[in-house]
Design a protein around this ligand. Structure first.
Ligand code: AMP
Ligand code: MN
Ligand code: MN
Ligand code: MN
Length: 287
């Protein structure tokens, strides 16, 4: 079973890469991609752990992209993690994340949440800081009752704790992934609160920019979602991808590897000629 979208504590997931891999193996996952937001720092640890657990680890990342006024997520898979273009691109995004976190902290301070930046930074540790860490601070401070509440009232666009930034461009992100020999996947295409018309434009722009695949099945897609987006992917000749988008064991409705199979008329991304797992212990070989 494949799960090609998951998060560790190197970004906004809760498990260390090694523990994430162990849990994936327990759930029967055979091929796992670790796809942390804008960082590939967890890949080596995950790949070593995957070797022990007897499963395959695919190099992955979920790149934040600004498209028009919106943020899109482009998953990169099966790339060379040593590639300079990709590494430099991600370093730029990490700097944007760090700066954004300071601004979010300042905004929350104005709303009376003290030391929000320091506290979020402590939760993020040496991983990439994100809005989930601020949501956890808001919950711990008793300001919000849960994640949904924190995003809905403080952290989403239009709310007082939201800070708009310019992430990577769509073409730019796809180019970084391709420069590193990887495949670019449009993540959770139904997850952007777009009208049908904008969704069509997004898919067309992704294809135009050279994208390779679309995520058809995630931990939360319905049968209807799968057939709708499956047909779109087929019409564009895109590979199909799938992944739980697992962040935390507390999300009990979502487990590693618990994803519906791809529609049979789509070619799975793991059948792409360039798709291969990482080889542990060979830092200078491909991946
Ligand atoms: P960031 O990349 O730091 O802006 O944060 C984006 C992440 O926030 C997503 O990958 C999710 O993990 C999380 N997220 C976004 N919206 C919500 C929401 N409504 N409820 C819970 N988590 C959310
Ligand atoms: Mn996330
Ligand atoms: Mn995402
Ligand atoms: Mn994700």
């Amino acid at each position: 079973m494949h799960d090609l979208h998951s998060h560790s504590a190197r970004s906004d997931g809760y498990l260390l890469p090694a523990d994430l891999v162990a849990q994936a193996a327990e759930q029967g996952v055979i091929t796992l991609a670790l796809t942390d937001h804008d960082t590939i720092d967890g890949l080596v640890e995950a790949s070593e752990s995957a070797q022990h657990a007897g499963i395959e680890l695919v190099a992955g990342v979920e790149i934040s992209v600004t498209w028009g006024n919106c943020t899109l997520h482009i998953v990169g898979l099966a790339f060379d993690r040593m590639n300079d273009t990709l590494v430099q691109g991600l370093a730029d995004l990490q700097a944007i994340r760090a700066k954004r976190a300071e601004s979010i902290g300042a905004k929350l301070a104005k709303l009376g949440v003290e030391n929000a930046h320091e506290r979020a930074q402590a939760l993020a540790g040496d991983g990439q800081i994100g809005r989930v860490h601020f949501a956890r601070v808001l919950i711990e401070a008793g300001v919000c009752r849960d994640m949904q509440h924190a995003f809905k009232h403080y952290l989403k666009p239009g709310r007082n704790g939201f800070v708009r930034v310019n992430w990577a461009g769509l073409e730019q992100a796809i180019d970084w992934i391709h420069a590193a020999g990887g495949l670019a996947v449009l993540a959770h295409p139904l997850g952007y609160h777009f009208s049908a018309n904008w969704r069509r434009k997004m898919v067309a722009a992704f294809v135009e920019a050279g994208g390779d695949a679309m995520e058809i099945c995630t931990g939360t897609t319905t049968t209807d979602d799968i057939s709708r987006m499956g047909r779109v992917a087929a019409a564009y000749g895109l590979y199909g991808s799938l992944g739980s988008d697992f962040h935390s064991p507390e999300q009990h409705w979502l487990a590693l590897g618990r994803v519906a199979p791809l529609p049979s008329y789509l070619t799975p991304i793991w059948q792409a000629p360039s798709f291969s797992p990482m080889t542990p212990g060979c830092p200078h070989s491909r991946q």
